[in-house]
Design a protein around this ligand. Sequence first.
Ligand SMILES: [Zn+2]
Length: 273
Amino acid sequence: MSFAIEHLGQNLWRGRFTAFPEQEVVHGFSGRLGGVSEKPWDSLNMGLHVEDAPEAVLENRRRFLRALDLKAELAVSPEQVHGTEVYQVRDEDKGRGALAYAGAIPRTDALITDVPGVPLLLCFADCVPLIFYDEEHHAIGAAHAGWKGTVGGVAGNTVSAMQRVFGTEPDKLLAGIGPAIGPCCYEVGEEVEAQFREIWPQHADKLFSMQEGRRKLDLWEANRQQLLSAGLPAANIECAETCTACQHKWFFSYRADGGRTGRLAAVIALKEY
Ligand SMILES: [Zn+2]
């Protein structure tokens, strides 16, 4: 099991977890190359909310999703407000947020669905993308976990929602922690550490380190711990261990790119049989 970067053709690349069975569920984390956006969103910006030209973003989405054999116009996206709400995507939600940010599922940071052929599409530049696959119930999930969402428990909420809605058994659920800013680069203030210590006193020592006088947070590990607490076996949790700030030539990074930049997309969809 591992995280692999693959060339999809025409300079489009995706990151993927090899543990996710491609014949049942297709997913990908988009890179920076192969799109049409101008600087500072160059070039495969997938985010409609970052002042890039919408027609460029839509072309980028079409290219990337077509390369995954998915339809960009059916994609569903949440507003992403650094919260912890989970929304169940049904057939009638197809296309919400696909063409305009205003159409996204409001005040939501995680989506779950068992409808085949509907791509869940979430946008990131350093925050942690989480994806889920329940093979038994043929259901998927995707979540956006920055530090606030992580403290709030969005990963655990997504697992709980899948249990409630689809009957998912956490010990059979597969999860992937995608490319995101790593413990090497994610500097945070004391107040962030204080909040983690309050909620997870047992894990905080593992999550924070001082490097040259700077406080660094390991958001990958924070989310992994949350998934373990939710009942997933360690063997079912994949981590890309790919830092978007270190690798910002390949992936958009809010911090390494100086704030104004594009967004990578985490895309996951159930195959239609
Ligand atoms: Zn780094």
